[in-house]
Write a protein that binds this ligand. Structure first.
Ligand SMILES: O=C[C@H](O)COP(=O)(O)O
Length: 330
C-alpha cells in the first residue's frame, strides 16, 4: 500500500538532538506578530485543498495511529482502565484489519500512553518490553495552580515511577500578565526536573486570549528547552484548533531557523475523527515537512480518536462500517 508522506506506516526510529534551549530573547518574543486574517484564510482552505483516498488514506491513518498519545485523564480513572488502555496501545488496530491492509507483519503501536501521575507505575508495568513510553501529566494538571515546588516534586515523582515523557502545564497568569521572564524560568525548572525524560509544554491556548500570546508563549517555552509544545489539556473551553496549530507550527519553524533544533508539536483535546487528524497531518507536512509526521516530532493527544480511525480502516477493507462498540479503547 502507498505510505503516508512517502514512508511506511510503522514507527520510525529517527532521533533528533534534544532542544537544549537558549537564553531568553525577550525582544524576539515581543516583536512576534500574527496575521489573523491570513491565518484564517490558510486554514479555511485546508480541508478542501488536500485529500487522500483509499490505500493512501489508510496509510496516513496508520501513521496517525503511531503518533497518538493514547490518553485517559478522568476523575474516575482506575488502574484497570489504565491497563486496558495499555493493552490497546500495544495492539491499536485489529489484526484482521492489518492483515487485510497487507500490514499484518508490521509492529504498529501508539506513540505513548498518557495518564495522571497516580497511574504511571501501573502503565509502565503494563507496557514493559513494548517500547511504548508512558507520558505523565504533572505540575498540577490541568490548572497548574499548585505551588511551584510541589509541581517540580510531582515531575520528579513521575520520572522516578518510570515516565519517559512529562506533559507540563504552564502558569497561564504569566502569559496573561506578560511576565515572560517568569514563564521562561518556570519552564527551565520543569525541563531540569525532567532530566532525560522529554518535556511537552502545554500552553492551554484556549486560556491565552490572543494568538499573539500563543506565539509568544510557544517561543518562550522553546527558548527554555521544551521538547514539544502542546496546545491544550483537553479541559479548556476551546482546545486544539487548526488556526492555533498554524501559529504554533510557524513558531517551531522560526525556532528551527534560528537555532537549528527541531521541536515537536502535540495538538490535544477534541480531536476525535479520522477526518480531523488528516487535516492536522496535512498542515504538519505543508508547514514543517515530512519529518514532522513521525512520532519523534508529532503526537496527537486523544482519548477517542483511535476508535474512529480503526473504524475507518475497517470500512476501507470491508466496505462496511461497524458500530463504535466494536472498537473499544479501554
Ligand atoms: O491530552 C489529551 C487530551 O486530554 C485528550 O482530549 P480528548 O479526550 O478530547 O481526546
Amino acid at each position: 500500500m502507498p505510505a503516508a508522506g512517502s514512508t511506511a506506516a510503522e514507527p520510525q526510529t529517527n532521533h533528533w538532538p534534544r532542544n537544549p534551549g537558549m537564553d531568553l530573547d525577550l525582544s524576539w518574543a515581543l516583536d512576534t506578530r500574527v496575521n489573523l486574517s491570513a491565518g484564517e484564510r490558510r486554514v479555511a482552505t485546508l480541508p478542501g485543498r488536500r485529500t487522500v483516498k483509499k490505500d493512501a488514506q489508510a496509510a496516513w491513518l496508520l501513521k496517525a495511529v503511531t503518533c497518538i498519545d493514547l490518553t485517559t485523564l478522568n476523575g474516575d480513572d482506575t488502574t484497570e482502565r489504565v491497563k486496558r488502555l495499555c493493552a490497546k496501545a500495544m495492539s491499536p488496530v485489529r489484526q484482521d484489519i492489518l492483515d487485510a491492509l497487507g500490514m499484518g507483519d508490521r509492529r504498529i503501536t501508539t506513540g505513548a500512553v498518557c495518564v495522571y501521575h497516580r497511574f504511571v507505575a501501573a502503565a509502565v508495568e503494563a507496557l514493559q518490553h513494548s517500547g511504548i513510553p508512558v507520558a505523565a501529566v504533572s505540575t498540577g494538571f490541568p490548572a497548574g495552580l499548585t505551588p511551584h515546588h510541589l509541581k517540580v516534586k510531582e515531575i520528579e515523582a513521575s520520572v522516578a515511577d518510570g515516565a519517559k515523557e512529562i506533559d507540563i502545564v504552564i502558569t497561564r497568569e504569566h502569559v496573561l500578565t506578560g511576565n515572560w521572564q517568569a514563564l521562561y524560568e518556570e519552564m527551565k525548572d520543569y525541563r531540569a526536573a525532567c532530566g532525560s525524560a522529554h518535556v511537552k509544554a502545554i500552553l492551554a491556548t484556549g486560556d491565552l486570549k490572543t494568538l499573539r500570546n500563543v506565539a509568544r508563549a510557544s517561543l518562550v517555552c522553546m527558548m527554555a528547552g521544551a521538547d514539544f509544545i502542546k496546545t491544550s489539556t483537553g479541559k479548556e473551553g476551546v482546545n486544539a484548533t487548526l488556526l492555533v496549530t498554524l501559529v504554533m507550527l510557524r513558531m517551531i519553524r522560526a525556532y528551527e531557523e534560528r537555532t537549528g533544533f527541531k521541536v515537536g508539536y502535540k495538538p490535544a483535546g477534541g480531536i476525535s475523527t479520522a477526518k480531523d487528524v488528516l487535516n492536522y497531518q496535512f498542515l504538519m507536512k505543508d508547514e514543517l515537512g515530512r519529518e514532522w509526521l513521525e512520532p519523534d516530532l508529532f503526537r496527537i493527544g486523544a482519548s477517542s480518536l483511535l476508535a474512529d480511525i480503526e473504524r475507518q480502516l475497517e470500512h476501507h477493507v470491508t466496505g462496511a462500517y461497524s458500530a463504535f462498540n466494536r472498537h473499544p479503547i479501554g
